[in-house]
Design a protein around this ligand. Structure first.
Ligand SMILES: CC(=O)N[C@H]1[C@@H](OP(=O)(O)OP(=O)(O)OC[C@H]2O[C@@H](n3ccc(=O)[nH]c3=O)[C@H](O)[C@@H]2O)O[C@H](CO)[C@@H](O)[C@@H]1O
Ligand SMILES: C=C(OP(=O)(O)O)C(=O)O
Length: 419
């Protein structure tokens, strides 16, 4: 899809089902390089990022069959060990094949992901972990080559300077086949880590403490294939909750684990928005008026950085002054300029954004600068006067399955065009 168009001002009604989680499924697909037999994965969303990670696995030698929302991944005994820039530049999460390749093949040569719109996003913590497990690390021409020494990987105690989601996942996947016990301290606690650990456990891995700050992995000789259903996408769920609230609608968001969206629910309620659990989902009722709130993004269980742009869109319609402090990524305010083009009153100072509301947003041509920035513009468009035109829709397609159809199903006046 090239561009999205929205005619705002319609309250949303009805029910929307949340898809499988993008951020859970990407490491889980990478983990399918580890076992000696095939894996079956259910509730796999139809997303650009999922297609990319599947291409990476196929390039590495795995065979993949897709039937609807189910994937069968058949690993190869001798994987290719190189993931070139052509894949990694499309999606940073391609770097997550490094841990599984290192564990399974003793070698991985992966292009460096480089920075992106939201920050520089280094991979030093991933490499620090692999080094601690005994891997040699060589920096090549735009790529990193990691190799096990004689005797393979050895379990170690690894302290992460920051609870990085990707580093925790990559190190966990390398450690499952290492000799002895690995302890990751200050590990990320995100639900996606728990989902990956559950999948690895189903393959025969021994992991304790996933979802807490200390993860203990006892290496095993080999892993076998497993069947797994991916958790619902908590960021997509949060985005739809805001869509209901910002339009003054009344919608049921189904297939959501309410515990995973707790920090978002807390802020919505603080703003005076009604959200409650109802059989199989969360109902949100958007009041005519709601109040400003302050939000600080933090690693889980704090408020997710991946919901910050969407929350900012909501804050433009809240009465009073809201402040957002972005602590996870150093450059995640690219949507501010675009929201201001729609009439939002926002000032940024360093990692803080001050949002003055309520304003009546008006439709404008705007550009999605990254995935969640794009989602924020769609939300703003849903409550704007006139027509909003969103370009660079490919960012949104990385992480929202059938967004146009889902919003149309709730009564939104939204449509897309192809080039
Ligand atoms: C595919 C996926 O799951 N993506 C999510 C994952 O990204 P990702 O795994 O890349 O995010 P991290 O948790 O690793 O990054 C958090 C912070 O740590 C820094 N850092 C990270 C690794 C490292 O080696 N060195 C370092 O300094 C990053 O630059 C960033 O400032 O978690 C982020 C934080 O919740 C989410 O926004 C992303 O949607
Ligand atoms: C930042 C995100 O994803 P990624 O880490 O894949 O860039 C996101 O999902 O908002």
């Amino acid at each position: 899809m090239d561009k999205l168009y929205l005619r705002g001002g319609r309250p949303l009604f009805g029910e929307v089902r949340v898809s499988g989680s993008k951020n859970a499924v990407l490491p889980i697909i990478a983990a399918c390089l580890l076992p000696i037999s095939p894996c079956i994965l259910h509730d796999i969303p139809d997303l650009a990022d999922v297609h990319t990670i599947c291409l990476v696995l196929q390039h590495l030698g795995a065979r993949i069959n897709r039937q609807g929302k189910t994937l069968e991944i058949i690993p190869t005994a001798k994987p290719n060990t190189e993931a070139p820039y052509e894949f990694v530049r499309q999606m940073r999460a391609s770097f997550l094949v490094m841990g599984p390749l290192l564990a399974r093949a003793g070698l991985a040569d992966i292009s460096l992901p480089g920075g992106c719109a939201i920050g520089s996003r280094p991979v030093d913590l991933h490499l620090k972990g692999f080094h601690a497990l005994g891997a040699h690390i060589e920096h090549g021409y735009g790529s990193i080559r990691v190799k096990t020494g004689l005797g393979g990987l050895w379990g170690k105690r690894i302290y992460l300077d920051f609870p990085s989601v990707g580093a925790t996942e990559n190190i966990m996947m390398a450690a499952v086949l290492a000799e002895g016990q690995t302890i990751i301290e200050n590990a990320a606690e995100e639900p996606e880590i728990v989902d990956l650990a559950n999948f690895l456990g189903a393959m025969g891995a021994k992991i304790k403490g996933a979802g807490t700050k200390v993860v203990r992995i006892t290496g095993v000789r080999e892993l076998h294939g497993a069947t797994h259903t991916v958790i619902p996408d908590r960021i997509e769920a949060g985005t739809f909750l805001i869509a209901g609230a910002i339009t003054g609608g009344n919608i049921l968001v189904s297939n959501v684990i309410s515990d995973h969206v707790k920090p978002v629910l807390a802020k919505l309620r603080e703003m005076g928005i009604t959200v409650y659990e109802e059989c199989g989902g969360l109902r949100v009722i958007g009041p005519e008026k709601f109040s400003a709130v302050d939000v600080k993004t933090m690693p889980y269980p704090g408020f997710p950085t991946d919901m910050q742009p969407q929350m900012m869109a909501l804050m433009t319609c809240a009465k009073g002054t809201s402040i957002i402090t972005e602590t996870v990524f150093e450059n995640r305010f690219m949507h501010v300029g675009e929201l201001k083009r729609m009439g939002a009153q926002i000032k940024t100072v360093g990692r803080n954004a001050v949002i003055q509301g309520p304003v009546k947003l008006s439709g404008a041509p705007v550009k999605a600068t990254d995935l969640r920035a794009g989602a924020a513009l769609v939300l703003a468009g849903l409550c704007s006067q006139g027509i909003t035109e969103v370009s660079n829709v490919y960012h949104i397609e990385r992480g929202y399955e059938h967004l146009v159809e889902k919003l149309q199903g709730l009564g939104a006046d939204i449509w897309g065009t192809d080039i």
